[in-house]
Design a protein around this ligand. Structure first.
Ligand code: HEC
Length: 109
């Protein structure tokens, strides 16, 4: 190979590597959920045991999926202030901001 051909070959390889790297690095950024959605789901997963995966219970417990944000926030506030058994313990474990995040998440299910 002549010097110019070798240079051309090296530049082509560098160019291809850069293209592949930018595809690999940029794709997850476009498809990933926003941080607050991720946090909402993480917080909400504590509730799946009783209220069903994604807030859709198999039976017995209240459905949270699709309930309005304000309703969930209001009910969580009531649970905090009155002794409603196990739910009050759960409601007391979250800050207002965390309740808002999980309410938004359940509401969007
Ligand atoms: C150990 C079981 C259990 C877990 C875990 C649990 N809950 Fe509950 N939840 C209940 C029970 C039981 C009730 C009914 C309480 C009542 O009405 O007195 C309830 C009721 C509710 C209600 C009122 C529903 C309605 O339509 O009246 C909301 C809102 C709620 N839970 C939200 C949550 C959230 C948010 C979480 C997770 C942070 C959670 N729960 C975790 C058992 C649970």
């Amino acid at each position: 190979m002549t010097n110019t051909k070798l240079q051309l070959w090296v530049y082509s390889v560098i160019f291809l590597v850069l293209i592949v790297l930018s595809i690999v690095l940029l794709t997850p950024a476009v498809t990933a959920a926003t941080p607050s959605q991720n946090e909402g789901r993480l917080l909400a997963s504590n509730c799946f045991g009783c209220h069903g995966t994604n807030g859709r219970p198999a039976g017995g417990f209240d459905r949270l999926a699709g309930e309005s944000v304000s309703e969930i926030i209001e009910e969580m506030r009531e649970m905090r202030n009155e002794d409603k058994g196990i739910m009050s313990k759960h409601a007391l474990g979250y800050t207002d901001e965390q309740v808002r995040l999980l309410a938004v998440w359940f509401s969007n299910q």
